[in-house]
Design a protein around this ligand. Structure first.
Ligand SMILES: Nc1ncnc2c1ncn2[C@@H]1O[C@H](COP(=O)(O)OP(=O)(O)O)[C@@H](O)[C@H]1O
Ligand SMILES: [Mg+2]
Length: 357
């Protein structure tokens, strides 16, 4: 076995440059990480492939100049299609016979999955803290709310038919119910839930959700577009919990489309996004994918990392619990949720769900 085969089989990207920062070696993992083939990379200058100031360019330059190793735990690399991938990187000098620095080699490791897990842990902690507080509060608030609701109903009966007065009691009841729903949502975040999973038809479930929002959508000039895969297998899920998920996603999409537009619901079978990754329980190779896509303004890059945080909202009357809850529910299903958004071109939320087998 030669060294090239060893390097080709390595999961870490290995890139070597000569004294002029020209690429002389680019292994298979480097191809995967950067989306650039060795054939196209070798022989070119690193700075032709990567923007000036990129971690890799700087560290290789320093290593060539000083003959010392450099490392960066929180570097990034830009891929051919413009994505920025977090990497940890290490460079080392290669010496010529006379002791001068002849070349340098860099080893890069994709840490995006680790970063994602770190984010999830952090989110989980905020959720747990929010949950504990919520449970305490909710019990205190629920009882007086129940009493208020009861009293309003009695009042309604006493006041009789007078439309002027019943308008007030209606408002009271509606707002008390809203408070109750908020409390239920807070409690949901706090308590560990027992999923009641059964095989379900996802399309029927999505149709139930659209039915709930048909009126609101029409009033806002939003049309539902369905792209259902007719051969979609049943999924294994808790019906009530999943209704909550799609209910929240459709509301977010409607909230985003104040100017009207198309709200697309799409389903298909696809690859499990975390299947086969070394650091995650593998699960099944294929999953069902359900997308809720809108034509709203999209999510500004600056807030994209926060949208799953409990209580993060940009809306006046928002609670910021919708996506946190969706995330939690999909996690409980061993599924996943991903958000893609291009500013000005709308948002696509993709849910991955297990197939009933
Ligand atoms: N489809 C979407 N289009 C644009 N922004 C969105 C969309 N979905 C979510 N967001 C952003 O994420 C934030 C958090 O969403 P969510 O957790 O559902 O809470 P809320 O809807 O109560 O604000 C929203 O306030 C909004 O800024
Ligand atoms: Mg919401």
């Amino acid at each position: 076995m030669n060294y090239e085969t060893v390097l080709a089989g390595l999961p870490d990207a290995v890139i070597a440059v000569d004294g002029a920062l020209r690429i002389v070696f680019w292994n298979a993992a480097a191809e995967v990480l950067t989306g650039r083939s060795a054939r196209r990379a070798q022989g070119r200058l690193v700075k032709e492939l990567l923007p000036a100031g990129a971690s890799l360019v700087n560290r290789l330059g320093e290593t060539l100049a000083t003959g010392e190793s450099r490392s960066e735990a929180e570097g990034t690399i830009e891929t051919a299609d413009g994505r920025v991938v977090p990497v940890s990187l290490l460079t080392a000098p290669l010496f010529a016979r006379d002791g001068s620095v002849e070349a340098a080699v860099a080893v890069l490791r994709d840490v995006s999955r680790i970063r994602q897990l770190e984010d999830e842990v952090r989110r989980g902690e905020t959720l747990a803290a929010a949950g504990r507080m919520a449970v305490g509060l909710a019990h205190e608030i629920r009882n007086p709310l129940g009493a208020i609701r009861g009293a309003v109903q009695l009042l309604q009966r006493e006041l009789g038919e007078d439309p002027r007065l019943s308008e007030y009691t209606e408002v009271l009841l509606k707002e008390v119910d809203r408070l109750n729903r908020i409390i239920e949502m807070l409690l949901d975040l706090g308590r560990p839930v027992q999923l009641r999973r059964a095989p379900l038809n996802l399309h029927q479930l999505l149709e139930r959700v659209t039915l709930l929002h048909e009126e609101a959508a029409r009033a806002q000039n939003v049309t539902f577009v369905r792209r259902y895969d007719p051969s979609l297998p049943p999924i294994l899920a808790d019906e009530d919990r999943l209704l909550q998920v799609f209910h929240n996603l459709v509301i977010n999409a409607l909230d985003a489309m104040t100017q009207g537009g198309r709200l697309t619901l799409a389903t298909r079978v696809s690859m499990n996004p975390v299947y086969g990754k070394v650091d995650v329980g593998a699960g099944h190779r294929t999953m069902v994918e359900a997308q809720v896509a809108d034509e709203g303004p999209g999510i500004p890059t600056a807030i994209r990392a926060k949208i799953f945080d409990p209580f993060f909202t940009t809306k006046d009357r928002g609670l910021g619990l919708g996506l946190a809850l969706c995330h939690r529910i999909l996690e409980e299903h061993q599924g996943a949720i991903r958000v893609e958004s291009a500013e000005g071109r709308g948002t696509v939320v993709t849910c991955f769900l297990p197939i009933a087998r």
